[in-house]
Design a protein around this ligand. Structure first.
Ligand SMILES: CCCCC/C=C\C/C=C\CC/C=C/CC(=O)SCCNC(=O)CCNC(=O)[C@H](O)C(C)(C)COP(=O)(O)OP(=O)(O)OC[C@H]1O[C@@H](n2cnc3c(N)ncnc32)[C@H](O)[C@@H]1OP(=O)(O)O
Length: 294
């Protein structure tokens, strides 16, 4: 068995193959390595690292790559826990790729939202214990990725001139988070904090995020990944069936609801985004992002 036979080293999938290990179901170096999957041979902890420069924004392909990586890890029965991380300094995930929403092709837009919903099903509903290693900004759908995990470890803001932020800031952009994402927020930080955060489109600095329960721990930047992997070991030792049943107590009704209304949710999203007013907002927002650079 993989976890029993490997010495303590991290394996990328390509390396595993070269070592003659049976990992044929894992994604290899295709899709420009939008995500990288590694497994610690000693602990059996898998790490999925988002790797789409400059900001890990969630394009259709990125959403699909994340889902594929989760499914591939889940298909390995000896793996019980997963860390979701970013390879980019300072950014966990910048949320949806806004260019997907700008003057979209309707078919691609439908597929795009479907693939984003799929991450919710696969990560929020995963049989694995999931730990988010948030070493940078996590706005909007980036926050959703973190909320979909079981435990969140964020880089501390102490001493940083420009601390990372996390939150559902859609309102500030003139758009509204979908209800299933809103409920993830409410279920995690409680009704009052979620109402404040959603209404005002707040992005929280790490210390605030810890205070309202949006993240569970803060650590120095250089410790985020190792601390997340250590936490994943702890979670991986909890009896798996009992752990999953407990997770589903809180999440099953939410997952079932989106499953039942998935098409409606997608139809609403498509009509919302293709509306002229929304397109103006998206156009303006894209310009503001590129102006920031110049
Ligand atoms: C009533 C019922 C309603 C039901 C509603 C149903 C449907 C509703 C419809 C829509 C819901 C939509 C849900 C949306 C969720 C989202 O995720 S929207 C995306 C929100 N994300 C953001 O606002 C983040 C924007 N980015 C940043 O703030 C910063 O980039 C950063 C993450 C803080 C990093 O800053 P940094 O200084 O390091 O980098 P730059 O800003 O210089 O960016 C570098 C480069 O990347 C481009 N870029 C950044 N973010 C995005 C993005 N999200 N998508 C695409 N591209 C992005 C940026 O433009 C720069 O590009 P360059 O100029 O070409 O280098």
């Amino acid at each position: 068995m993989l976890v029993a036979t490997l010495s303590k080293r991290l394996l990328r999938v390509g390396q595993a193959k070269r070592c003659g290990l049976s990992l044929r179901s894992f994604s290899d170096a295709k899709d420009k390595d939008l995500v990288l999957t590694s497994i610690d041979g000693d602990t059996g902890v898998a790490t999925i690292t988002m790797n789409q420069a400059p900001v890990n924004s969630l394009s259709l392909e990125m959403c699909q790559a994340i889902t594929t990586a989760i499914k591939e890890v889940e298909s390995q029965p000896e793996i019980q826990s997963l860390v979701l991380a970013s390879s980019l300094p300072g950014v966990f995930c910048a949320g949806l790729d806004i260019t997907e929403l700008h003057k979209p092709d309707e078919k691609r837009l439908t597929d795009f939202w479907h693939s984003f919903q799929q991450i919710y099903f696969d990560l929020y509903g995963s049989r694995l214990a999931t730990i988010a290693a948030i070493a940078g900004h996590a706005p909007a759908a980036g926050c959703m990725l973190a909320l979909s995990c079981d435990y969140r470890i964020m880089v501390s803001g102490a001493g940083s001139k420009k601390p990372s932020t996390i939150g559902l800031n859609e309102t500030k952009l003139g758009i509204v988070a979908p209800s299933w994402l809103g409920y993830q927020y409410i279920d995690t930080i409680g009704q009052r904090q979620a109402e404040l955060g959603l209404s005002l489109g707040l992005l929280h600095q790490p210390e605030q995020a810890l205070a309202i329960g949006l993240v569970d721990e803060l650590v120095p930047r250089e410790e985020v990944l190792s601390r997340a992997q250590a936490e994943a070991v702890k979670w991986g030792k909890i009896p798996a069936k009992a752990r999953l049943a407990s997770k589903m107590l809180a999440r099953k009704a939410r997952l079932d609801h989106l499953a039942a209304t998935r098409k409606e949710d997608n139809d609403f999203f498509r009509s919302f985004v293709t509306n002229e007013t929304a397109q103006k907002i998206i156009d303006g927002y894209l310009q503001s992002l590129s102006k920031k650079k110049s």
